[in-house]
Design a protein around this ligand. Structure first.
Ligand SMILES: N[C@@H](CCC(=O)N[C@@H](CS)C(=O)NCC(=O)O)C(=O)O
Length: 203
């Protein structure tokens, strides 16, 4: 398996983290986003969206971080990470949507401003980040992980852009149960950290 990756991408970390939690060895190929390698024809053949991460499983190509989580858990029969009871399936899908929605346009966008100079309104995306983190904090008062007392791919999908939220000036001190949940994920066997950037509240 090959994972096309970029070290400062939380989406790419999401995929790399899950491979590591699963104990799956993959060749990690860093794509030179700074020099536009992701918009070159060779890469666009893999992912016409021109984005990382992309997983190449012996010619079967999967793009989109959440699709990679679902693909790996299903292919490897890891019902611990992707249970097949209806209530948990629905809950996991809800949180994958949150990861691609409120998290991408909240804490991830806030971090894009400080790390990459992205043109978002800081007050708007920081407010959105605190809104969704407040809801996640309340959920985590009811159970240890986001869908219940065991970790699933929904936790993996949420982790990277929440742990790096302070880089975008989103203060996690306001969300103590979220911080305890981050520590629980970091204690899982096979955990690999998302490299920190010394900006925002993390400077
Ligand atoms: N929905 C995609 C989003 C991936 C994404 O936004 N990747 C960023 C890096 S974090 C990227 O490659 N950006 C380059 C671009 O869009 O030009 C996923 O979940 O994988």
């Amino acid at each position: 398996m090959k994972l096309y990756h970029f070290p400062l991408s939380g989406h790419a970390h999401r995929a790399a983290l899950f491979l590591s939690l699963l104990g799956v060895k993959a060749e990690i190929i860093d794509v030179d986003l700074a020099n536009g390698a992701h918009k070159k024809p060779d890469f666009l053949k893999l992912n016409s969206f021109g984005q990382v991460p992309v997983l190449d499983d012996d010619g079967l190509v999967v793009s989109d971080s959440n699709a990679i989580l679902v693909y790996l858990a299903t292919k490897l029969g890891r019902k611990d990470w992707l249970p097949d009871d209806l209530a948990t399936i629905a809950s996991i899908q809800k949180w994958l949507s949150v990861a691609a929605g409120e998290i991408a346009y909240g804490p991830a966008a806030a971090r894009l401003i400080t790390v990459f100079g992205a043109d978002f309104r800081a007050d708007e995306v920081i407010a959105r980040a605190h809104g969704i983190l407040g809801l996640i904090n309340a959920e985590l008062q009811r159970h240890r992980f986001i869908t219940g007392d065991k970790p699933t791919i929904a936790d993996v999908a949420l982790y990277s852009y929440i742990v790096s939220a302070p880089e975008g000036n989103v203060d996690l001190a306001r969300h103590p149960d979220v911080r305890h949940w981050l520590a629980r994920i970091e204690a899982l066997p096979g955990f690999v950290a998302f490299p920190r950037t010394a900006v925002g509240l993390a400077a």
